[in-house]
Design a binder for this molecule. Structure first.
Ligand SMILES: NC(=O)c1ccc[n+]([C@@H]2O[C@H](COP(=O)([O-])OP(=O)(O)OC[C@H]3O[C@@H](n4cnc5c(N)ncnc54)[C@H](OP(=O)(O)O)[C@@H]3O)[C@@H](O)[C@H]2O)c1
Length: 270
């Protein structure tokens, strides 16, 4: 789908990857409706890009429905917002679990359900869901994050098949570790100078994720994985052989790494 003069609804615009996506989409001529909860970040970004700021807590169904009612006519949806939700399962309250699923999984599904019919009617549109390498391979202390990231990925692949021939495309963008901005960069900052990744695990930039998202829409890509080659190969292997992937992670100290990440993300669950 062409982006010039198309209207794109982007969630998580106040985050590190969302802001980069907003700028890349605008550079391609898209008109933007930007959402997030943090108005101190949302309003200046919207002003910079001549976009509409539509603040919304995606876990609040009334607010979400009002947003969807108002912007039912958009040409594309990018479901990018999420919370990292690391930690052992018994460390979450019932309410935290519900909110994590609502933000990371239910909201993208409800948004697609509300917005796709008008796209199909026009014979033109696109839905991007942002998953993660954690949507392909699970790690210690990340069961909730992976539950939602495997979930959105599976949802998008199924929806893509259902929409074949309608003119509406569906793509998955799956980033690895992203430096400079976003939830992993904030995790590093919280880790107090500790590099939580073992040597040799590469990172990418928010701009690479943003360009991949633009490309996914322009070329109707099935899935774009934004990570250095060894990580992409490892994820493909881990997807095919989850038991071997779990053993390999155990041998390479994934539990200790995940604990460091979970500590650096302590309380970051909504
Ligand atoms: N950064 C990475 O290394 C990395 C790697 C793999 C995948 N990803 C995925 O990339 C996407 C973007 O992540 P990021 O790195 O940009 O994270 P981020 O900087 O933490 O941004 C998260 C965004 O989600 C929004 N959000 C969270 N909960 C929300 C809620 N209840 N209602 C509305 N908005 C909500 C936040 O908005 P407010 O703060 O304004 O509420 C913020 O805009 C996510 O899906 C993430 O899982 C990131």
């Amino acid at each position: 789908m062409q982006l010039r003069d198309s209207t794109v609804l982007l969630t998580g615009a106040t985050g590190g990857l969302g802001a980069a996506m907003a700028r890349a989409l605008r550079a391609k001529g898209a008109n933007l409706v930007l959402t997030g909860r943090n108005r101190a970040l949302l309003d200046p970004l919207a002003e910079e890009l001549g976009a509409v700021a539509a603040p919304c807590d995606l876990t609040d169904r009334v607010a979400l429905n009002a947003l969807l009612e108002e912007y039912r006519g958009v040409d594309a949806l990018i479901a990018n917002a999420a919370v990292p939700a690391t930690g052992l399962l018994d460390s979450f309250t019932e309410e935290e679990l519900d909110r994590i699923v609502a933000a990371n999984l239910t909201a993208p599904i409800q948004m697609a359900r509300a917005l796709v019919p008008a796209m199909v009617e026009r014979g033109r549109g696109h839905v991007v869901v942002v998953s993660s390498l954690s949507g392909k391979v699970a790690s210690p202390a990340s069961s909730m994050y992976s539950a939602t990231k495997f979930g959105v990925r599976g949802f998008a692949f199924g929806l893509r098949q259902d929409l074949e021939g309608t003119g509406v495309g569906v793509s998955v963008v799956s980033p690895g570790f992203i430096r400079d901005a976003g939830m992993f960069a904030k995790t590093l900052a919280n880790a107090g100078g500790d590099d939580v990744l073992p040597p040799g695990v590469g990172t990418c930039t928010p701009e690479q994720v943003a360009n991949a998202t633009v490309d996914a829409i322009l070329r109707d890509r099935f899935e774009v994985t934004v990570a250095p080659l060894p990580m992409r190969v490892g994820a493909t292997f881990g997807l095919a052989f989850p038991r071997v992937a779990a053993k390999t992670q155990k041998l390479s100290g994934a539990k200790e790494i995940s604990e460091k990440v979970a500590n650096a993300q302590a309380g970051w669950r909504s």
